[in-house]
Design a protein around this ligand. Structure first.
Ligand SMILES: Nc1ncnc2c1ncn2[C@@H]1O[C@H](COP(=O)(O)OP(=O)(O)OP(=O)(O)O)[C@@H](O)[C@H]1O
Ligand SMILES: [Mg+2]
Length: 253
């Protein structure tokens, strides 16, 4: 089991978007994957996947109101999802050790992807302490990359630190004022694992309540390449035969 946290101290840079599409890409390779929402104050995973009336959530489990099996939802894509409650009245004070909860209940998955809360508050710190590996998300501007570099330094001072795999640059427009990949790598000391383009498809995905991986072939290709890199799977660009199978509805991705 690999527990990978998707992190950024800056809010709104694309953590949930990337965690969702990356988890789908890993699952599409047949690697059992679970996406864990660890954003209790502003949870978004269930909105992105249209799990609006989850009977039981991570909040209920942390309040000892149900078993962990009750809160693992199977999406039609095959991905497993652990949502947190959308209701404000359900907010739990999280002082438990999420690391143990994951180890005890999710060890039959190959990948546990944690969608983290922004900032460096309690929620974010618990997800940071619970993951074995971390990926930062940043937009290609100095403020966002500065925050990543700062958090990376902080992580290096933690007693039990996750291995930081690198940065995913999101919302890249290709403009001259943006920080380039090499500049980001030099400044942060971390490799850039992928560059995700600015695209309206992600906004469309919100209204469809379906991650873009499931309907946009450019997005699915980008995230498959990223997932292959992370999982160490040899992967080539989609072959013509797969494209044809998809056209005839014989394959989904
Ligand atoms: N590459 C992209 N192109 C265009 N829009 C994007 C892109 N990535 C994310 N977005 C949009 O930006 C907004 C914020 O994305 P997202 O919710 O993934 O950020 P977040 O880091 O999880 O936010 P929070 O810190 O609140 O948890 C959403 O409306 C999302 O659709
Ligand atoms: Mg989010």
């Amino acid at each position: 089991m690999r527990v990978i946290g998707i992190l950024s101290t800056k809010g709104g840079v694309g953590k949930t978007t990337i965690a969702s599409n990356l988890a789908l890409a890993l699952q599409s390779f047949g690697r059992p994957t679970v996406l864990l929402d660890f954003n209790f104050t502003t949870p978004h995973v269930s909105l992105y996947f249209n799990i609006l009336q989850a009977e039981k959530t991570l909040n209920n489990f942390l309040k000892n109101e149900c078993s962990f099996n009750d809160i693992i939802y199977r999406h039609s894509s095959g991905l497993s999802i652990v949502p947190t409650s959308l209701s404000l009245s359900d907010v739990v004070s999280i002082d438990g050790n999420l690391k143990n909860v994951i180890e005890e209940n999710l060890n039959n998955f190959e990948f546990v992807i944690i969608d983290s809360a922004p900032g460096l508050g309690r929620e974010a710190m618990i997800s940071l302490n619970s993951c074995q590996e971390a990926i930062f998300v940043a937009t290609p501007d100095f403020v966002s990359v500065f925050d990543v570099a700062k958090t990376y330094k902080l992580i290096n001072n933690l007693p039990e630190k996750p291995i930081v795999l690198g940065i995913i640059l999101n919302r890249v427009k290709g403009k001259s004022y943006e920080m380039r990949r090499e500049e980001v790598e030099r400044y942060s000391g971390l490799p850039v694992l992928a560059e995700i383009k600015e695209s309206e498809t992600f906004l469309k995905s919100l209204s469809l309540r379906t991650p873009a991986f499931l309907f946009d072939k450019n997005v699915s290709e980008t995230f498959k390449q990223l997932a292959a890199k992370i999982a160490g799977i040899p992967y080539e660009k989609e072959k013509m035969i797969d494209k044809i199978l998809k056209i005839f509805g014989l394959r989904r991705w």
